[in-house]
Design a protein. Sequence first.
Lengths: 253, 252
Amino acid sequence: MTAIAGTLRLASASSKQLLRSSEVWATTIAFPGALLAILWLFSELRFEFGTQEVPLIDFWVTGLGVLGVALGNGHAFLANISTWKAGGVLKRISVTPISAGQLIVGEVIPRAVLGMATIIAFLAVGNGLGANIQMGVELVSVLPVMVMVTFTGLSVAFIIAGVTKTPQNANATDTAVSWPLYLVTGAMFPLAAFPTWLEQTAHYIPYTGLIATVRGVVLDSRPLTDFGPELVIGAAWITVLLVAATRTYGFVK
Amino acid sequence: MTTSTLPLFRASWKMMLRSRGVIAAIITSTLYVAFFGLIEDLDFAVGTETIRFFDFVLPGFAVFLMVYQIQDITVAVAASFKARGILKRLATTPLSPARFIGVQTLIYLGLGVVASALVLTIGKMVGGNVAMTTNLLWFIPLVALVALTSIALAYTIAGLAPNPQTATNIGGTISFLMFGFAGVLFPTQALPGVLPDIVPYAVPHAAVIEAIRGITLNGDSISGYGHQILIGITWLVLAFTASTLSYRFTED
């Protein structure tokens, strides 16, 4: 069996395991579903800041939804890879015909696909419930941004699993890292309402530019080319995070 | 009885303060409110009405974040007691399970009130428009009412759920829904149709949080919120009754 065929079989097996997992149903169906239901019921509510106003449902579907799904997916992934580390799974795998790298890629592929599919479904259902999401080419054009959002989350998961010693510590660290992101990335609250120093700093935080891009494209039909600086910052973060992930997580053992 | 209860209080208090979850809850609640204080130029708008975002969320967060944590912790502890038969074993010792649970409840009640007052104070310091009148003292019994109801709900959940994992999931789901609909983060007037009229009756804490908001933001007199407090007491009685029916406190 070639390495690629073996990896694909692993990815297939991981996909089946994912679909059987209750935490996946919680992070891809239950949490996003409950959030959408709440936003739908509060669809008359608006945020006002400066001279602007935006319906809460538009703002949160494109911000909290994107970030929540990405972080939820990363959180669930983290549980797996930190358990692998604690149990020495990769070390044991490396003495079998399957390499540790294949195992990881086999796990990453279904997670990435699932994360992206959930975000797209979240935006589509949000549109059905009254959010002003553009469902045409805009949705297709943000697909690369969804890939970036997903890989940012998975890279962070590898780093946390790498720097922590137990799955419990990994879980606690991930929670501690995640909650400030909800507040300062513009996912929940408009950056324009922040004090100037915080608004300017927030642009350089992972996810901030990617959320602004998704919002600008699917709410205002702006082209991706309008978001060059945001995408460059997002890409720079992915590069930094991937390098940090390879250094902290013992991929090959 | 008092001589054995006081050491139990001291031991429970120490155990609680050693719990990383409790410390994290206090720090997190405080940081949330401090962060919201930074968001100066943000309002909620419903129709033609607007309300400053920070003023709206400050009373709700001061009450709910701590109470949510207490409910979460109590669900986990009570479900664990049930699964491991702790109360049954305790019943064979001189310490009665009822007194053991009573002390724990009082400890968490005290923690809820102190932590909520701390969060409100931080909120005031970072720019919240808290009305500093003598009516503000009513904040204490009202927070206690919310916390006690939550603890009773936690025992009900632990009693009805088959295992600790399910109990935790049910508790988390109920808290999430209360967070959305109890007027903690969003004004319930923004709900459609008759829901704004139903929510104060149907959602635990919603009516009491409305009273707390009026007292803390406007310095309103408690006498203007008799109806809301009656609803809150009714929820407490219902939750307490449900907990005694579903959770075997004495393990007889």
